[in-house]
Design a protein around this ligand. Structure first.
Ligand SMILES: [Zn+2]
Ligand SMILES: [Zn+2]
Length: 424
């Protein structure tokens, strides 16, 4: 029997970890520079949180959740997304009593039963941020600026930024009527799926990738042309602030995309996405929007919120595609090579002292020839080898040989401080 990772999941092996530390490290640094605090919520929640907080009629809840009864009979779900759990935590811990808004970020695996493809896996990892408790377009701009700072700090190039406003409870019903009338008129051209169900969530037709729906969407009424006064003012103020940020070099230019929507009902007003400029299809690497009704839906006081999520697998695919070099994961400083048992025993304690002094050190496997140990040392990626024979031991000296670069080998005393000082 040969066990393998379940379909749609990956092992992240040591050789790939440099990318992961680079992405997580950059995310944490950028989130901190915008004053965000980290939040970790459990891997699983009550299933009803997602039924309420994502919506019954979404693909996520209908087809993609890992839900099951646990041994106590509670129905729980591995979290398929990050916003509902953060809002649940905001309510549960009374964060509305803190100075508003509250700025939170997370780094989480999310679980969705999806058809695996490039950059889409069943356990995928996401960097997400939320600002809860501020309705102003200033924080929309701040969230978008944060997204750009994160992606540009990673070194990603050739990205485009799209924004849209999808209105709110005051103006969207009228807009949806217009949109529905348009879709009804061209019903026969819609894709099979949407011909049957466009009335449930007509906005989804606008971001459908099937040719039929795309052709119908081109001339569909645009939500930005049917905003109420409040939503229009919000959108204008947002664009003004984004223009300022672009002028200051803190953001790339954006376009207003009438077909950019969020599939979930509680999204309102601002939605935005970053994607690689020259890729079509499933290519978004960071997407977000405002979700003012959500906290109330989950049982809290009406409280506005906005956030984004960015899939790490897809970001790493783009880093590799753009040939961006990431800092190497920490390399080994030293490997201790020994000839004779007494030498090996002395090196075991010397290695312990060097580790306590902050060096990364391993002792070569015992019972092997010097030649075999040196081969192991050269493959280990260590910067130095410390070679000690039983006769060296009597003289209290070892050989420190650089394995990388063209430095010369030197004789050193068997003293951790002396050895550490030689390893520059
Ligand atoms: Zn469609
Ligand atoms: Zn409105």
């Amino acid at each position: 029997m040969a066990f393998k990772t379940p379909r749609g999941t990956n092992d992240i092996l040591p050789e790939d970890q440099a990318y992961w530390s680079y992405v997580w490290g950059t995310a944490e640094q950028v989130a901190a520079s915008f004053g965000f605090g980290r939040i970790d919520t459990p891997m699983f929640e009550d299933t009803s949180l997602f039924r309420h907080g994502v919506g019954e009629e979404t693909d996520i809840v209908e087809k993609e959740m890992y839900s099951f009864d646990d041994l106590g009979g509670d129905n729980i779900t591995l979290k398929p997304e990050g916003t509902a759990p953060v809002c649940r935590a905001y309510i549960q811990h009374g964060m509305s009593n803190l100075p508003q808004p509250v700025r939170l970020f997370y780094e989480n695996p999310h679980f969705r039963y999806e058809r695996p493809q490039a950059g889409r896996v069943r356990q995928h990892h996401q960097f997400g941020v939320e600002i809860i408790g501020d309705p102003s377009p200033q924080v929309d701009a701040e969230i978008i600026e944060l997204g750009w700072t994160y992606l540009s700090s990673l070194g990603l190039k050739n990205l485009s930024l799209k924004i849209n406003s999808i209105g709110d409870g005051a103006c969207r019903p009228t807009y949806l009527e217009l949109l529905n009338a348009h879709l009804e008129h061209y019903e026969d051209s819609l894709c099979d799926d949407h011909r049957k169900r466009y009335k449930v969530n007509p906005l989804r037709v606008l971001d459908c990738k099937k040719p039929g729906c795309q052709s119908v969407s081109v001339n569909a009424p645009a939500s930005v042309d049917h905003l109420c006064d409040d939503c229009r003012e919000h959108f204008e103020l947002l664009k003004g602030t984004l223009d300022d940020l672009v002028a200051a070099g803190a953001l790339i230019p954006y376009t207003v995309d009438n077909r950019l929507v969020r599939g979930l009902d509680y999204y309102n007003r601002t939605v935005f996405e970053f994607e690689p400029a020259d890729v079509k299809g499933q290519s978004t690497i960071l997407a977000g929007g405002r979700y003012d009704p959500l906290i109330e839906i989950l049982g809290g006081k009406p409280t506005p919120g906005i956030g984004f999520g960015s899939g790490v697998e897809r970001v790493i695919l783009n880093l590799k595609a753009q040939g961006i070099e990431v800092p190497e994961a920490r390399t080994l400083d030293l490997i201790c090579v020994h000839i004779g048992d007494n030498a090996r025993r002395r090196l075991v304690t010397l290695a312990a002292t060097l580790r306590a002094a902050g060096k990364s050190v391993i002792v070569a496997p015992e019972g092997r020839s010097m030649k075999s140990q040196m081969r192991y040392a050269n493959n280990s990626g260590a910067r130095y080898a410390l070679i000690l024979g039983d006769r060296d031991l009597e003289q209290g000296e070892a050989t420190l040989r650089p394995l990388i670069g063209d430095g010369k080998e030197v004789q050193v005393g068997l003293d951790a401080a002396v050895i550490a000082a030689e390893m520059v």
